[in-house]
Design a protein. Structure first.
Length: 54
């Protein structure tokens, strides 16, 4: 019975690791994408100001 419980706990830890890994990767990827969008938006705003549009 204890062995079965230990296997279940090991499986739970393994599952949590499999969930956290891709989640961390996604957070890193989205952080880079948002940084790029912010940079691009800044460039657009600068261009619009130079043209007197805003």
């Amino acid at each position: 019975m204890i062995d079965k419980k230990n296997r279940m706990l090991d499986k739970k830890d393994e599952t949590k690791g499999e969930i956290r890994g891709p989640r961390t990767d996604l957070q890193d990827h989205m952080g880079m994408r948002f940084a790029r969008v912010e940079t691009d938006l800044g460039e657009v705003k600068t261009a619009l100001k130079e043209k007197g549009i805003i």
